[in-house]
Design a protein around this ligand. Structure first.
Ligand code: ATP
Ligand code: MG
Length: 586
C-alpha cells in the first residue's frame, strides 16, 4: 500500500506540472482568478475583523462614527465579495473549459495517429470515456479544486493572522488541536485516491459492456445472449456502485468526525477565555470576533477535506489522459514520396506476428507482383489473407522482411504518400453516419464533383438502389450504415474505391455480401477497374478470381502454390480440391 501510494504521489507532482503547461496560455485569466480569490478571502477576514468594532464601538461604547461606519462597511464588504467571486467563477471556468478543449483536441489528434494494433487492444468504450469523462474530471481538478485550495488557504491564513493579533494564547491552543484535523485530512486523502482509481476503471467497464450490448444486439437476440450480457453488466454495474458508495462513505464519515474534533476545540476556547486571568485583556468584541474567526475557519476546512475527492479523481483522470497522449503513435519516419507509381509490389522474406509472444501469422512470405497484375489470395479462414493485404498500407508493420512498391521499401515512405496510392475495400465495411455522397467521396476525395460521384456509383452498381432512395445521394446512411443492406454497403465501399482511382487496389472479400447476379454485374465493373492497376483480391468464392493473373494459395501464412487458374487445376493439388469442393466437379 505505502509503496504504490508513494509512486502515485510522485506521479501526482509530475501531473500537476504537466497540467500547468496547459494552463499557461491562459495565465492572464488565471491571474485574474487568483486576484479574485484574494479579494474573496480578504472580505472573509474583513468580516471577522468588523465584528470587533461592531460590538465594542457600536453596542458597548456607542461611538457615533461606528454607528454609521459599520452598516456601510457591511454592505461594502459584500459588494466587493460579489465582484471577487464572480471573477473567480468566470475566470476559472474559462481556463477550465479552454484546457478541456485543448486536451480533447490533442487527444483526438492522437487518436487519429494511433497504430491499428492499439485499437485492437483497447475497447472503444474505454477510449471514448477517456475523451469524454476523464477530461471533464481533469478540468474539475484544474478549476474547482484549485479555487478552493487557493482561496480557502488564503482565508485560513488570513483568519489565523487576525486571531493571533487578537489573542495569541487562544490561537496557540487552536494550533495544537489543528494538526489533528490535518492529519485526518491526509489519511482520507490517501484512501480516496485509491478508490477513485477503481471507480474510473469501473466506469470504463460499464461503458464497455453497454456498448458491446448495443453494437451486438442482433447477435444477442439470435443467440440468446441476454442472460450472459445481463450478468456481465450486473457485475460491472455492481462494482461501479460499490466504488461510488466507498467514496460516499469515506466522505460522509470524514466530514462529521472532523467537525466533532472542531467543536471540542471551540469548547476549550470558550472555557479558557472565560477564566478570570484572561477576562481583563479580552473585550466582548475581541472574544466574539475571535469566535467568529474560528467558526469561519470551519467551512474552508470542510471544503479542503471534501475537495480531495475531486482533486484525486482529477489526478487519476489526468494520468489516464496523459497515458493516452503518450501512447506510441504509428511509426512514420520515412521521407520518400511515392509519385506516379507503376504498381509493382514485392513481398521480400516477410514475417509477421501480431504480438511478440504470439505465433507467426506470416512466415517467410515471398511474392512479386508486376504492375497491373491481378493477384488473388485464397486459403482457409485464418490462413493470413487479410493480414497480408493489411501489411501493404502498413496498418501493421512487418516483423521482418520488406514490402516494396516500385522497388521502394514501404518503411521508408511517408505514410500519407503510401496510402494515397492504395484503394481498399475491406472485409468489414466502414460507413460514416453521413450522406451517401459524402461516404463515397470521403476524406481527401471530398472535393469530387457530383458527376464523378455518380460515375463511381454507377460503376459499382450502387446507383441502382441509390435512385430508389427518397433522398438519393443525399440519404443519410445511419450509424455504421445500418439503414443499408450488407450488399448495398459493399457497393458503396466499392464506389469509394473506384472514385479514389489509385494505382493499387485491395479487395478483401469485397463482393462476399452480394448475390451472384449483382456480383456478376460488379465483377464486370471491377474487371474494368482492375485493368490498368495492380489488384490484390481476397475471395472465398473462387468463381470471382478465375481470371486472376496469379492465384496464391496460402496455408498458415505460407505460400503452398502459385499459378493461374488453369495451371493450378491441372496440378490437381490444394487449389484444385478447393475448387472441386465449391463446384462439385471431380
Ligand atoms: N488483430 C489481430 N490481433 C491478433 N491476431 C490476429 C488479428 N487479426 C488476425 N489475427 C490472427 O491472425 C491469423 C490470420 O488472420 P487473417 O485475418 O489474416 O485471416 P484470413 O485469412 O483473412 O481469414 P478469413 O478468410 O477468415 O478472413 C488468424 O489466426 C487470426 O487469429
Ligand atoms: Mg480475412
Amino acid at each position: 500500500m505505502s509503496k504504490t501510494s508513494e509512486v502515485a504521489v510522485m506521479n501526482g507532482k509530475e501531473i500537476y506540472k504537466r497540467l500547468l503547461v496547459y494552463v499557461k496560455p491562459y495565465w492572464k485569466a488565471f491571474v485574474f482568478a487568483i486576484v479574485g480569490m484574494a479579494i474573496v478571502a480578504s472580505t472573509e477576514v474583513g468580516f471577522a475583523a468588523l465584528i470587533k468594532p461592531m460590538l465594542d464601538g457600536t453596542f458597548v461604547e456607542r461611538d457615533p462614527f461606528y454607528l454609521t461606519f459599520i452598516p456601510v462597511a457591511l454592505i461594502g464588504i459584500f459588494v466587493i465579495r460579489g465582484v471577487g467571486s464572480f471573477a473567480v467563477s468566470y475566470c476559472m471556468a474559462w481556463v477550465g473549459r479552454n484546457v478541456i478543449r485543448d486536451l480533447r483536441e490533442q487527444m483526438f489528434d492522437s487518436l487519429l495517429r494511433l497504430p491499428t494494433a492499439y485499437y485492437d487492444k483497447s475497447p472503444s468504450g474505454k477510449l471514448i470515456s477517456k475523451l469524454i469523462y476523464d477530461v471533464e474530471q481533469v478540468s474539475d481538478a484544474a478549476s474547482r479544486a484549485l479555487t478552493i485550495l487557493v482561496q480557502d488557504t488564503l482565508i485560513l491564513f488570513g483568519l489565523l493572522g487576525w486571531m493571533f493579533y487578537l489573542n495569541w494564547q487562544l490561537t496557540l491552543l487552536f494550533l495544537i488541536i489543528g494538526p489533528l484535523l490535518s492529519g485526518m485530512v491526509v489519511f482520507i486523502n490517501k484512501r480516496l485516491r485509491l478508490i477513485n482509481k477503481r471507480l474510473q476503471d469501473s466506469v470504463g467497464d460499464v461503458t464497455h459492456v453497454a456498448q458491446e450490448a448495443i453494437d451486438g444486439q442482433r447477435v444477442i437476440k439470435t443467440f440468446g445472449g441476454q442472460t450472459y450480457e445481463r450478468d456481465r453488466f450486473e457485475i460491472a454495474n455492481q462494482q461501479n456502485r460499490r466504488q461510488f458508495m466507498k467514496i460516499i462513505v469515506t466522505n460522509a464519515t470524514a466530514v462529521p468526525v472532523v467537525q466533532l474534533v472542531a467543536s471540542c476545540l471551540l469548547a476549550a476556547i470558550v472555557y479558557l477565555a472565560s477564566r478570570p486571568d484572561m477576562q481583563d485583556s479580552i473585550t466582548v468584541g475581541t472574544f466574539m470576533s475571535f469566535i467568529a474567526a474560528v467558526l469561519m475557519l470551519f467551512p474552508p476546512l470542510k471544503r479542503l477535506t471534501t475537495i480531495n475527492a475531486v482533486l484525486q479523481r482529477g489526478i487519476v483522470a489526468a494520468q489516464s489522459v496523459f497515458e493516452f497522449l503518450d501512447a506510441k503513435k504509428e511509426v512514420n519516419n520515412g521521407n520518400e514520396i511515392l509519385d506516379s507509381v507503376s504498381g509493382k509490389i514485392e513481398y521480400r522474406n516477410v514475417e509477421f506476428q501480431y504480438d511478440e509472444e504470439s505465433n507467426k501469422v506470416i512466415d517467410n512470405f515471398n511474392l512479386q507482383i508486376a504492375p497491373g497484375e491481378t493477384v488473388a489470395f485464397v486459403g482457409r479462414s485464418g490462413s493470413g489473407k487479410t493480414t497480408l493485404v493489411n501489411l501493404i498500407p502498413r496498418f501493421y508493420n512487418t516483423s521482418a522482411g520488406q514490402i516494396l512498391i516500385d522497388d521502394v521499401d514501404t518503411q521508408t515512405v511517408k505514410l500519407n504518400s503510401l496510402r494515397q496510392n492504395i484503394a481498399l475495400v475491406s472485409q468489414d465495411i466502414t460507413l460514416f453516419n453521413d450522406t451517401i455522397a459524402r461516404n463515397i467521396a470521403y476524406g481527401a476525395m471530398s472535393d469530387a464533383t457530383d458527376e464523378q460521384v455518380i460515375k463511381a456509383a454507377e460503376a459499382a452498381h450502387a446507383m441502382e438502389f441509390i435512385r430508389d432512395l427518397p433522398e438519393g445521394l443525399n440519404t443519410i446512411v445511419g450509424e455504421k450504415g445500418m439503414m443499408l443492406s450488407g450488399g448495398q454497403r459493399q457497393r458503396l465501399a466499392i464506389a469509394r474505391a473506384i472514385l479514389k482511382d489509385a494505382k493499387i487496389l485491395i479487395l478483401d472479400e469485397a463482393t462476399s455480401a452480394l448475390d451472384s447476379e449483382s456480383e456478376r454485374h460488379i465483377q464486370i465493373a471491377l474487371d474494368e477497374l482492375m485493368k490498368n492497376r495492380t489488384t490484390l483480391v481476397v475471395a472465398h468464392r473462387l468463381s470471382t478470381i478465375e481470371n486472376a493473373d496469379k492465384i496464391v494459395v496460402l496455408d498458415s501464412g505460407k505460400v503452398i502454390e502459385v499459378g493461374t487458374h488453369n495451371e493450378l487445376i491441372e496440378k490437381k493439388s490444394a487449389y484444385a480440391s478447393l475448387h472441386n469442393m465449391q463446384f462439385g466437379e471431380t
